[in-house]
Write a protein that binds this ligand. Structure first.
Ligand code: ADP
Ligand code: MG
Length: 354
């Protein structure tokens, strides 16, 4: 078995393609990222660089015409890339939960909010029972959760009401509403309540605030921040905004055209950005309150049906060298940096043997 880099999640050489009529989209080109229990990792990069496909791969939700062609997704002691669908169902939604950009779209439109959360809790409980049959279930760490939560006999309705309260909603008013009666901010609170009700070890949040008003964005991020700190839930936060990742996360993975081109602690990425793409992104860090996509790096994200050869960033790179269009640069640790920063980069400018 390969050297393990993160005790919660370790994604290595992950490749995903989509076979479309227009040709094969080479969406992920060897993604590398990892995290320990309780850490927050921000995945940043322009639209189309593979952030959502990475998140969906970890949930093993890539569907036809997409498929994982190579790589591993180690989650604790399991490789999610090859796990059977049965065992996967005991992980998905339970150990790993996900929230999306469009919360209303993720809710069932004909079911009241309270009933949906209850159904979700019961579903997770059933799969937990199944999981115990399939594998030895480890102890559940639930530090920070209310006493109610820890009691096995607690009814799903009580947990639902408790969770609605925790996300700042009045359960009496909210549980009987239908999704279309919720504002965007309320709907995202409901999604967070639902996702955290199963006490996941990892919460994947894919642009959770991008569709919300600026003031609501800050509220939701603060709420999420408080809840996950309290429960020590690890978070993989996907965002196109470097500033949001810096505020919320411990580590950052910068993605470009299907690769993590740089990875490291927030401090190492901000103080000593190495990859020309990261430097470009940092020059474009939005001011607080700006919600548009980052666009100040010249050129556009390449077409992934026929991506550039070698380093996929080379056509846009101001520091391009002759070797850059020939081979893919290796993703390697950065010399002379603190181990705790985990600083890695995939760029010929820093490759050790050149
Ligand atoms: N179902 C699909 N079919 C074909 N291509 C897809 C599909 N889903 C994603 N892609 C492609 O994969 C690449 C990465 O997309 P995505 O992960 O959604 O980007 P991001 O979330 O960073 O904006 C894009 O080129 C996108 O067009
Ligand atoms: Mg996306």
């Amino acid at each position: 078995m390969q050297y393990r880099r993160g005790d919660l999640l370790d994604v290595s050489n992950l490749r995903v393609v989509f076979d479309t009529y227009a040709g094969q989209v080479k969406a992920l080109n060897g993604v590398e990222l990892w995290m320990n229990h309780g850490e927050r990792l921000g995945v940043v990069g322009e639209t189309g660089c593979g952030k959502s496909v990475t998140a969906l791969s970890v949930m093993r939700l890539i569907e036809e015409p997409g498929r994982i062609t190579e790589g591993s997704i180690l989650f604790e002691d399991k490789d999610l890339a090859t796990l059977s669908e049965n065992i996967l169902n005991t992980v998905r939604g339970k150990d790993i939960a996900m929230i999306f950009q469009e919360p209303v779209a993720a809710l069932n439109p004909v079911m009241k909010v309270g009933a949906q959360i209850v159904e979700n809790i019961e579903c997770q409980r059933k799969s937990a029972v199944l999981a115990q049959g399939a594998r030895k279930a480890g102890p559940v760490t639930d530090s920070g959760l209310s006493q109610k939560h820890r009691t096995k006999e607690t009814g799903s309705v009580e947990i639902m009401r408790d969770m609605l309260g925790r996300v700042g909603l009045d359960w009496q008013r909210t549980e009987n509403l239908y999704p279309h009666e919720l504002s965007g901010g309320m709907a995202q609170r409901v999604m967070i309540a639902m996702a955290l009700s199963s006490r996941p070890k990892l919460l994947i949040a894919d642009e959770p605030t991008s569709a919300l008003d600026v003031t609501i964005q800050a509220q939701i991020l603060n709420l999420l921040n408080n809840l996950v700190r309290e429960t020590q839930t690890a978070v993989l936060l996907i965002t196109h905004a470097m500033g949001v990742a810096a505020q919320f996360c411990d580590f950052i993975a910068v993605m470009y055209a299907g690769n993590v081109v740089e990875y490291g602690s927030v401090q190492s990425i901000f103080k000593n950005p190495l990859h020309p793409y990261t430097k470009g992104l940092l020059r474009a860090v939005p001011k607080i309150g700006r919600t548009d996509e980052l666009q100040s790096i010249p050129g556009i994200v390449p077409d992934l049906i026929s991506p550039p050869s070698g380093c996929r960033f080379h056509p846009r790179c101001p520091h391009r060298r002759p070797e850059c269009d020939k081979n893919q640069p290796r993703f390697e640790p950065v010399r002379e940096e603190l181990e705790a920063d985990r600083h890695h980069v995939a760029c010929f400018l820093y490759q050790k043997d050149l």
